[in-house]
Design a protein around this ligand. Structure first.
Ligand code: GUN
Length: 282
């Protein structure tokens, strides 16, 4: 049976350390602050933002929420980002995605100052990650890399198969894994014969958004399985993309849902805000 990668406990440990760093910053007159913009009333986004708020409270980071109506214009959204960019007391800016379809999220992300881009979505920061330069790494990929590191799972020369090519998870993960010298395969909804790409993978990272999508027959014995999915099964229970009950018997390591990648994403956001406030970012 696989070792369960306990993201919840690791995230708690990271947050405890960040709390000390935050106290230290405050002693030096720096009061770390995160501004979060939420457009519209997507229910999942509201839950994510609430979790981020709670984590900020726990670490000691000030949290400022900007709730915008779903009918807001692009111009008003950009104006708000520009105001936050120039506010000296705000160290990090996060625009919760998705945003309504009439808005241009790419323009919004590139408007957030790279120094305050704690999500790592500004194209400059995306480019820096691709060049393996110090930058803000987007929080879910960063959290996954931290978990692998904590459990002593080396990526050097390993076959990593990522399923899902989103800008938030799949694409930055390619760079993170390449930067650790893995051989990376990226699959998506148009990939033919998915199993051909997963069966020889030492590490499978699933970010698909479909319950029980990764089944036991798709992975090799002893594979490491990272589950980014957050879905509801037929009984309304929170489940990932992996058929956990069966895959757990074949894998060497596996992340649970909940309690795996999710809490790590929030912890790495806290890490990025403290980093921004510390001006460690170069
Ligand atoms: N929506 C889902 N995940 C994320 C995230 O990591 N950051 C932002 N800004 N929006 C998201």
């Amino acid at each position: 049976m696989a070792t369960i990668i306990d993201g919840k406990t690791l995230a708690q440990k990271i947050r405890s350390n960040l709390k000390l760093e935050c106290e230290e910053l405050k002693k030096n007159g720096i009061n770390p602050k995160l501004a979060v913009i939420l457009v519209g009333d997507d229910s999942a986004s509201k839950v994510y933002v609430r979790n981020k708020n709670k984590a900020c409270e726990d670490v000691g980071i000030e949290f400022e929420e900007y709730l915008l109506d779903s009918s807001i214009t692009q111009e008003k959204l950009i104006d708000l980002i520009n105001v936050l960019n120039y506010k000296k007391d705000i160290h990090g800016i996060l625009l919760q995605s998705p945003i309504p379809r009439h808005l241009d999220i790419n323009e919004a992300f590139r408007t957030i100052l790279p120094e305050k881009d704690v999500d790592g979505f500004n194209p400059l920061n995306v480019g820096k990650l691709a060049l393996n330069q110090d930058t803000f790494v987007s929080c879910t990929p960063y959290g996954i890399m931290k978990m692998l590191e904590e459990y002593g799972i080396d990526l050097n020369g390993k076959n990593v198969t990522i399923i899902g090519r989103s800008n938030i998870v799949g694409k930055p993960l390619i760079q993170c894994c390449l930067n650790k010298d893995a051989t990376v395969t990226i699959c998506h909804s148009r990939t033919k014969n998915l199993k051909e790409h997963t069966i020889n993978a030492d590490i499978v990272i699933a970010a698909v958004g479909k319950a029980k999508f990764i089944t036991e027959d798709m992975i090799k014995n002893g594979a490491v399985i990272i589950d980014v999915g957050i879905n509801r099964d037929e009984n309304g229970k929170l489940v990932g993309d992996v058929d956990f009950e069966n895959v757990v018997n074949k894998a060497s390591y596996i992340t649970p849902v909940p309690g795996g990648v999710g809490p790590m994403t929030v912890a790495m956001l806290m890490n990025n805000v403290i980093k921004a406030a510390s001006k460690l970012y170069k």
